[in-house]
Design a protein around this ligand. Structure first.
Ligand code: ADP
Ligand code: MG
Length: 309
């Protein structure tokens, strides 16, 4: 039986321009659940992971607005909250879809910590923008109050920036493996996982976020996945994306992908980490498909999407 790790983009559940009510996100989750249930029906073992950008952004706003009434939670706790929120939606939607198809399989979300290295260079240079946009004055005020760092984001205003260290290890990997073996459909490492550093025998949460695509590659390796599938809102990876000589990349090697990356074909905050995740997984012998939910079935037959192996 083939094991697939499926990484869902954070925008898949809460799209740009949507208000992000629970019901709206659940509707989106149902649509995604149909695609995934189709794979399970066909005999694939599935492990799901997901982004959390829009959701954790909203949670951060709730921290800010409620700060004078109740204690604001640190960022690692906000990531954990987003795993619970999104995991709940996905497991509810997927369970319902499986029952509709007469498939009795448990679906469960695991709150997942991901170990990062305390000496990761990212801690010296926080670059990942998170949460809402602020004016210069608001940002300065918040920075004074909370100690958080704010940077201007492409002329659109000021945003909090945090370190985005490399994922090293899925702390709960043994639990995930055992659940998979027991036939459970697992949702793990949401939002790239809760970033933790090791101190002696203990873990401690840190103010950072981990890229969900890079964490998905670590998860895929940890569960011996046959394939990593990164679902996003484009049908494939392109060279010269939106340029004059745009070409759809259908199949490539990690070596060629690395070269294209150096040539600047993949935007650092969006397609870059997906291709990097595919390269990381390929170097461990794994195969990765990058596509959109609509093209998933075709991509598995080799008729769409981008395959990196
Ligand atoms: P997700 O929420 O799925 O992680 P992202 O927005 O981070 O989504 O990444 C997907 C986006 O990457 C696409 O919507 C596309 O605009 C952008 N992108 C940047 N470079 C490329 C490229 N070379 N080929 C395809 N898409 C690209
Ligand atoms: Mg992304």
């Amino acid at each position: 039986m083939k094991t697939l790790v499926i990484a869902l983009g954070g925008n898949m559940l809460l799209r740009k321009g949507e208000s992000g009510t629970f019901d709206a996100q659940l509707e989106n989750a149902k649509r995604t659940a149909k695609r995934i249930a189709g794979l399970i029906e066909r005999g694939y073992r599935v492990v799901i992971t997901h982004g959390n950008g829009p959701q954790v952004g909203n949670i951060l706003i709730q921290q800010e607005k409620g700060r004078d009434e109740v204690p604001a939670m640190p960022l690692d706790v906000c990531v954990a909250e987003s795993q619970g929120e999104i995991g709940y939606m996905l497991q509810r939607a997927l369970r319902a879809e499986l029952i509709k198809r007469g498939i009795k399989r448990p679906v469960a979300t695991i709150v997942t910590q991901v170990r990062v290295d305390e000496n990761d260079a990212a801690f010296k240079n926080p670059t990942k923008p998170i949460g809402p946009f602020y004016s210069k004055q608001e940002a300065a005020k918040l920075s004074k109050k909370t100690g958080a760092l704010f940077k201007e984001d492409a002329g659109r205003g000021y945003r909090r920036v945090v370190p985005s260290p490399k994922p090293r290890e899925i702390v709960e990997k043994d639990a995930v493996r055992r659940m998979i073996k027991g036939g459970v459909i697992v949702i793990a490492s949401g939002g790239g996982g809760i970033p933790v550093v090791k101190r002696g025998n203990r873990f401690r949460g840190v103010e950072a976020v981990i890229d969900k695509d890079l964490a998905a590659a670590v998860l895929a390796e940890d569960v011996d996945a046959d394939m990593l599938i990164i679902l996003t809102d484009v049908k494939a990876v392109f060279l010269d994306y939106r340029g004059k000589c745009e070409i759809e990349l259908r199949k490539t090697t990690p070596e060629d992908a690395s070269r294209y990356m150096k040539e600047g074909h993949f935007a650092p905050g969006s397609m870059g980490p997906k291709v990097q995740a595919a390269i990381d997984f390929a170097l461990k012998g794994g195969r990765t498909i990058i596509t959109s939910p609509r093209y998933l079935e075709k991509a598995l037959k080799g008729d769409a999407g981008t395959l990196i192996e």
